[in-house]
Design a protein around this ligand. Structure first.
Ligand code: SF4
Ligand code: SF4
Length: 439
């Protein structure tokens, strides 16, 4: 069986660090923020440059494990069809990873499959673990990084749980934080307990890894997962908010164990997903593949809640799905550049958004409002030839409402009055017989 590591926050290391400080045993962190970022950038650079070769090495290594069924999917459509086949009509419990929420689930819902979101459910039986961790001050980046520890090996817990209880009648669909090409080690992350619970209790397990999640070895996979958790930490809503978040779906915790140990599937399915990643690797947007999914770019972005109707896209995802053709425009970005400052990999999302807008303009794909407003001289030229008609229309309520609907220009906005007398002509008219201009 491949080794699956599950990481989660623990307050132990933070407590130890704070106790040291209080006793005067202060120390400089071994790893500075610059060191951590440099190592992370190197891991991500290698991963992005070797997307295909790492994928091939990983496939070769995974095929040695008879208990893992591996599949390569070119698209989310293909992956969803495979998941449907494996699932055989059960409910599907998911974790909150971006690949599952943003790429796979939109395809699965087309099959009318019943999806159970488990993330917020884990905060219901809320103990003090996460709350205590959050209340402790952060002394340095190293203590934050080391606050995320390998909590368990879900494959071992699953075997124990199945032998004792059997399993529940659902499929666990879990997005991977990192997977190592050289040995197939899988690294998962959870804030409380949902991923571990899904892994232990599901009758079938399907793991999904985007090609960009493949790193070279286990150390890199663990380090990348810790960074994902540590840099995204500040963007996590506080437990109080999480606690009160209503859980719209069914809780897997309340489901009974219905499948006997003998009938519980022990094989794990793993889907390696391209879904446009190799195309992006060859494009000017390839830096997006270095993203670790920490969501730090969402912190202080003034408009990210408007990026998607569900509020789930961060700035990187807003652009990523535009490049992939799943988001019609990048208009909402205000170019404040906060996301770039917060990104541990310094991904220039605002710069790439500007490139995307320039490409759209070049290819004539600008939204109607932008096309009209950026070519206002044409509107002015034709309107000034027939000013009476243009001014009448621009004041007409029906025309203004239609304008708002189709171009996004508010019907309350006052338009300038058009005249057929140009400024040049008006100026010339002021010349007297002597050739001087009247004051
Ligand atoms: S530059 Fe755009 S995407 Fe980035 S934080 Fe500002 S508004 Fe959000
Ligand atoms: S783009 Fe956003 S999610 Fe990706 S690494 Fe940077 S901050 Fe994290």
């Amino acid at each position: 069986m491949m080794d699956i590591l599950l990481m989660e926050p623990s307050s132990t290391n933070k407590r130890r660090r704070i106790a040291d400080k209080l006793r005067g045993h202060d120390h400089t962190p071994f790893l500075s923020l610059a060191d951590i970022k440099a190592r992370l950038k190197n891991i991500r650079r290698v991963s992005t440059e070797h997307l295909n070769s790492h994928g091939q090495t990983l496939l070769t290594n995974l095929n040695k494990h008879t208990d893992v069924k591996v599949m390569f999917a070119n698209s989310a459509v293909q992956a969803a069809a495979e998941i449907k086949r494996i699932n055989e009509g059960r409910q599907i419990a998911i974790n909150k990873s971006a690949v599952i929420a943003n790429e796979i689930v939109p395809e699965l819902v087309k099959y009318n499959l019943n999806i159970i979101e488990t993330y917020y459910d884990e905060f219901k039986p809320f103990d003090n673990q996460l709350d205590e961790h959050l209340r402790l001050p952060n002394l340095d980046i190293e203590s934050v990084l080391n606050a995320f520890q390998i909590a368990s090996h879900p494959d071992i817990s699953r075997k124990e749980c199945v032998a004792k209880n059997g399993s529940k009648d659902f499929t666990g669909l879990i997005g991977i934080a990192a997977i190592s090409a050289s040995d197939g080690n899988v690294s998962l992350f959870q804030h409380m307990g949902n991923t571990g619970t899904v892994y232990e209790q599901a009758q079938k397990i399907i793991l999904v890894a985007g090609l960009d999640k493949i790193v070279w070895d286990k150390d890199d996979a663990v380090f990348q997962t810790k960074c994902m958790a540590a840099f995204g930490w500040k963007g996590l809503p506080r437990p109080k908010n999480l606690y009160y978040k209503p859980n719209a779906g069914i809780s897997i915790r309340n489901m009974p164990y219905e499948i006997s140990p003998e009938d519980t599937e022990q094989e794990v399915h793993l889907i390696l997903l391209d879904n446009g990643r190799t195309k992006i690797q060859k494009s000017e947007y390839k830096d997006l593949l270095t993203c670790i999914g920490c969501r730090a770019c969402t912190i202080n972005c003034p408009v990210s809640t408007f990026f998607h109707s569900s509020g789930k896209w961060n700035p990187k995802e807003y652009l990523y799905h535009y490049v992939q053709g799943r988001n019609p425009s990048t208009d909402l970005c205000l170019q404040c550049k906060t996301c770039r400052m917060n990104c541990p990999l310094d991904i220039d999302i605002p710069g790439l958004i500007l490139n995307a807008r320039a490409d759209a303009m070049k290819n004539g794909k600008l939204p109607l409002m932008h096309s009209l407003l950026s070519n206002f001289e044409n509107i002015a030229k034709w309107s000034s030839k027939t000013p009476f008609l243009a001014n009448t229309l621009s004041k007409n309520a029906l025309v203004r409402n239609l304008g708002e609907t189709f171009t996004g220009v508010s019907s309350k906005r006052k338009m300038p009055e058009f005249q057929n007398l140009t400024f040049k002509k008006w100026f010339e008219n002021r010349k007297n017989k002597e050739g001087h201009y009247n004051r």
